[in-house]
Design a protein around this ligand. Structure first.
Ligand code: HPA
Length: 279
């Protein structure tokens, strides 16, 4: 359940730090994605610790700061690190990027993550455009009294991931000659990795990748009227596919190896975004 009025001090802190900020889009950098920030020209930065209610990101591979920046003429908020439901901190910190972006007039939110590969034809290091998702968290951030900030009582989810932005990401991948998979992201709560039986079940349900994030933010952003885009780095094969334990070190090691592609794809997407002038 989100207590939206209590997010106001966070918005005030961001406005005080960046009085001239008018981001068109936000980019949430998940586990291992932080180095993509070098594709942007920084205008300012604010530690998450200085954003009331956001706190410090606690997961290795998450830098924990908000960067106000620009690339290809597109003003952007970079969320370097995200807060997760499994941290036990409630939904407010998870909802904050969408809240700040919508409150500051941004039109879109681009969500990145590290994910396990459920599709056995894929390999660690592959990048996957999220076409749709399955919420296996057993909860939703929209539980509770209806707050019109987050759209209608029963938000439509026919196209959570914006089709024009998906087209633009595919175009960017082609232009930068970076292979791009596309598929379905399934979110569990974590913080455990899955059992092999869960992965078999979820593959049968249509999942291509599995993770512990992104779905709540996508649901909220979509409900609030932001155009959503999602991109996963497949950092490991999901549980039971290979006979080896899953570790966060493997996740961060794979993103290190794939960083050149991740950064080039993001940089080219911002070029396309600037040229298309759609936000
Ligand atoms: N499962 C869940 N979350 C993940 C995984 C995984 O295999 N890899 C990276 N994040």
């Amino acid at each position: 359940m989100i207590d939206t009025p209590s997010l106001a001090p966070a918005l005030a802190a961001v406005k005080a730090a960046f009085p001239a900020a008018a981001p068109r889009i936000g980019l949430v950098l998940g586990s291992g994605w932080s180095d993509v920030a070098s594709a942007f020209d920084k205008l300012g930065e604010l530690s998450y610790a200085d954003i009331p209610g956001y706190g410090a990101a606690t997961v290795v591979g998450h830098a924990g700061k908000l960067v106000w920046c620009r690339a290809a003429g597109v003003e952007t908020f970079l969320f370097m690190g995200r807060r997760h439901y499994y941290e036990g901190i409630g939904w407010n910190p998870v909802a904050l990027p969408a809240f700040l972006l919508k409150s500051l007039g941004a039109k879109a939110m681009f969500l990145t993550n590290a994910a396990g590969g459920v599709n056995a034809d894929w390999a660690p290091g592959d990048l996957m455009l999220i076409e749709d998702h399955i919420n296996m968290m057993g909860v939703t951030p929209l539980l509770g009294a209806h707050d019109p900030f987050w759209g209608p009582r029963f938000p439509d989810q026919s196209h959570v991931y914006d089709r024009d932005l998906q087209r633009l990401l595919r175009k960017a991948a082609q232009a930068a000659a970076i292979p791009l998979r596309a598929g379905i992201y399934l979110a569990g709560t974590g913080p455990t990795y899955e059992t092999p039986a869960e992965i078999r079940a979820w593959r049968a349900l249509g999942a291509d990748a599995v993770g512990m994030s992104t779905v709540p933010e996508a649901m909220l952003g979509n409900a609030a009227g932001l155009r959503i885009l999602g991109l996963s780095c497949i950092t490991n094969m999901a549980s039971g596919i290979l006979d080896q334990p899953l570790t966060h070190e493997e996740v961060t090691e794979t993103t290190r190896r794939s960083m050149a592609n991740m950064r080039a794809l993001i940089a080219q997407f911002w070029n396309e975004l600037g040229a298309a002038n759609t936000l």
